[in-house]
Design a protein around this ligand. Structure first.
Ligand code: BES
Ligand code: MN
Ligand code: MN
Length: 462
């Protein structure tokens, strides 16, 4: 390891309390992007970042969009060096159900070696490791051995609606050699991985509307068709007995797992039974012919995410409801086109609406799945960086979640991404009691310092 990296690593070790203090400040801001009443807080988080970035020597600003601001920054000092574009998101999921938190979601608290707060793992804690690394270089060698640019998003958790247009408009300013981000998981505690695949998604809301008001189920039941009954039939018909999705043409463009990938996935130290029992179920259910790991990361899915209608309060109410609704999302894989899937889903639903009611079908958001190049110089630098921290080469994994901007980076800016994440499935992201292990906060910072140093060298020969 070179001297500058060693000095930066030492600085990071000695200033972990400062890093933790800054992250805690950042986590206090409830930057919930999906709820319009929190728009002011999202803007405050963007401003917090701009100030913090400026304080460590990054030229930064918050750029307004039709949605939430995008924070951009740069630390570009030598045009002959490679340029890394760092991505992260500063928005968070709503904390609900709030009563299930052991400490308030926006009052960060350290317990048992982990920092508990909404956003601690997804993604504020992981985003901050990149700023920590830059700060360590700024206070030691003065500058990192590569050029750095930053794009920090405030809409990732709500569909990234402003991102495509933003990337097109600021493409020049965002010119780089590779994107680096930490918004994914390690394979297991102490077992590093680089993610090479993300699923996409297509999210819709469907409503079946019957009578023009709620009715007495005794007076009308038996002769007026019930929208909840019909919606349940519709949802139940979305899968067949092999747990395949029954929407016509749904699998047309699916790029299947290759035999090599299958073999690599089989070789991973993954215990499906333990994985299932950790979430309290006795058995898994996958699309026929696919393993748990394949089905949960490399095959498309369809899930009903919420369903409502009629009376759900205490006791009983004999009501025949006017309407019933459901939120339905599909996880997609390359080369499924989200808008095409939405049209296929729409056609499926429309053809199954009973003649006694009408359908409202609304698209909420979409994102493409992606597979990144695993053989590139920056991937090699990331492998070596993780090996330096964990003592073993990282596994290459696909994950089932989505980060829509990653496909846009490829399509709109021509950039591949290195997905070097430090989360764990057990971090409870999007759930009550989200947390991020302080060991992983430190490992992340150190891994980024290594990465910048290694890529500065390997990248020279690109
Ligand atoms: N960081 C996650 C993606 C992720 C999920 C990584 C699971 C590792 C494990 C990201 O913030 C996320 O939650 N994405 C959403 C995207 C959606 C709101 C468009 C998702 O996957 O549901
Ligand atoms: Mn995230
Ligand atoms: Mn998330």
């Amino acid at each position: 390891m070179d001297q500058n990296a060693a000095a930066a690593l030492q600085y990071a070790q000695e200033h972990r309390d400062v890093y933790l203090h800054d992250l805690t400040d950042f986590l206090r801001i409830p930057s919930i992007s999906t709820d319009p009443s929190f728009a002011g807080e999202v803007a405050r988080a963007a401003d917090w970042l701009v100030n913090h970035m400026q304080s460590i020597g990054i030229t930064a600003r918050a750029v307004p969009t039709g949605g939430h601001p995008v924070v951009v920054g740069e630390c570009v000092h030598d045009p002959t060096l490679p340029t890394v574009l760092v991505y992260g998101h500063y928005d968070v999921q709503p904390p609900d159900p709030i009563e299930l938190w052991d400490s308030p979601p926006f009052e960060p608290m350290v317990r048992e070696g982990a920092l508990f707060a909404r956003g601690s793992s997804d993604d504020k804690g992981q985003l901050m490791v990149h700023l920590n690394a830059l700060e360590a270089y700024a206070h030691t060698a003065g500058r990192p051995p590569v050029n750095l640019k930053y794009i920090l998003e405030g809409e990732e958790e709500s569909g990234s609606g402003s991102i495509p247009a933003f990337l097109d408009r600021y493409a020049k300013e965002l010119t780089a050699d590779v994107v680096l981000l930490s918004d994914t998981t390690l394979f297991a505690p102490g077992v590093p991985s680089l993610t090479y695949g993300l699923r996409g998604l297509a999210y819709v809301e469907v409503t079946l509307i019957g009578p023009d008001r709620d009715l007495h189920s005794g007076t009308y039941g038996g002769a007026i068709e019930n929208p909840i009954n019909a919606l349940c039939r519709l949802v139940a018909g979305l899968h067949d007995n092999d747990h395949r999705i029954s929407v016509d043409g749904f699998y047309d463009d699916v790029r299947d797992v290759t035999p090599q990938e299958r073999a690599a996935m089989r070789a991973l130290p993954f215990d499906a039974a333990a994985w299932a029992s950790e979430v309290g179920v006795g058995a898994t259910r996958t699309e026929a012919g696919y393993s748990v790991l394949e089905a949960s990361t490399a095959r498309p899915t369809l899930d009903c995410n919420g369903i409502w209608g009629g009376y759900t309060g205490k006791g009983a109410k004999t009501v025949l409801p006017s309407r019933a609704g459901a939120k339905i999302s599909t996880r997609l894989v390359p080369d499924q086109e989200p808008d095409d899937i939405i049209e296929k889903l729409r056609a499926h639903c429309e053809s199954r609406v009973p003649g006694t009611m009408r359908l409202e079908f609304r698209k909420i958001h979409t994102g493409r799945g992606v597979l990144v190049d695993t053989e590139s110089a920056p991937m090699e630098a990331a492998s070596q960086a993780l090996e330096a921290i964990y003592g073993v080469r990282p596994h290459l994994t696909r994950i089932g979640g989505s980060i829509p901007i990653v496909a846009d980076f490829k399509e709109r800016l021509g950039l591949d991404s290195v997905l070097m994440g430090f989360g764990l499935d057990s971090d409870a992201i999007h759930s009550p009691n989200e947390h991020f292990g302080l060991d992983r906060f430190d490992q992340g910072t150190a891994a980024v310092i290594h990465f910048l140093s290694l890529y500065g060298k390997i990248g020279d020969r690109r």
